[in-house]
Write a protein that binds this ligand. Structure first.
Ligand code: PMT
Length: 208
């Protein structure tokens, strides 16, 4: 099957030298890409900046901002059977990007942010994706309930929920502990390395 995976953080520029980003290392998404390739799928990885090597045998589109990622996904998703959104996409981006490096002015600086487009939320209704759609949910409270809300609103077949308030799993750690949240049921998986977990997740996603 053809599998599209998003991974890593997005980088939202403020001026030529400064940006807003988040703690995603890309490890979860890259592990999924490697596992999908190992299981014989044709894989496209669309990733924000990370320090990871690109897994062998996969196609790769590097992006920076949420807008770049939206464009890349929109142009590619129609060719895929499965789409997995593991990226940590910025929900807000600076409303204006300064052409020149901003100078110090006074004791406070206010930066106005505007909403980015929800890529996962656009996959069905705007991009017309008909394949298996898997989202992630990074939550710090009410993990399962919040993830189910995302699953239903964004018309996913599955949302992989992780508790990002914990230091030992989630963002930038080598392990993760997730709850599989389907539209009508949930299943908690034990803590495991992102590599093992990714392989198991691919087995589950293939069965959807
Ligand atoms: O990269 P690592 O360090 O290995 O960490 C892994 C991870 C914690 C980043 C990963 O497991 C994870 O949870 N990824 C989703 C992070 C996130 O942004 O979750 P969210 O609950 O804010 O978003 C829900 C879903 O919508 C996600 O599938 C996200 O990719 C997608 N989204 C969000 C905003 C947006 N504008 N477009 C999107 O597509």
């Amino acid at each position: 099957m053809k599998v599209l995976i998003t991974a890593g953080p997005t980088v939202e520029p403020i001026d030529p030298v400064r940006y807003l980003t988040n703690r995603s290392s890309g490890k979860m998404g890259y592990a999924l890409a490697a596992a999908a390739a190992k299981r014989g799928h044709s894989v496209l990885l669309i990733s924000g900046p990370t320090s990871l090597g690109i897994p062998e045998g996969i196609d790769f589109i590097p992006i920076e901002s949420a807008a770049d990622m939206y464009q890349a996904v929109e142009s590619q998703i129609g060719r895929h059977d499965i789409a997995i959104f593991a990226a940590a996409v910025a929900d807000y981006t600076p409303a204006q990007v300064a052409d020149q490096k901003l100078k110090k002015m006074g004791e406070e600086m206010i930066i106005t942010l505007k909403r980015t487009k929800d890529i996962l939320g656009s996959a069905r209704d705007i991009m017309g994706f008909k394949g298996r759609l898997v989202g992630f949910a990074a939550e710090t409270e009410n993990v399962e309930n919040n993830a189910r809300g995302k699953c239903l609103r964004k018309k996913c077949d599955l949302v992989v929920a992780n508790d990002v308030s914990r230091k030992d799993i989630g963002f930038d750690s080598s392990e993760n502990e997730v709850t599989l949240v389907y539209p009508d049921r949930s299943e908690a998986l034990p803590q495991d390395s992102k590599e093992h977990l990714a392989y198991h997740l691919m087995e589950i996603i293939e069965e959807l």
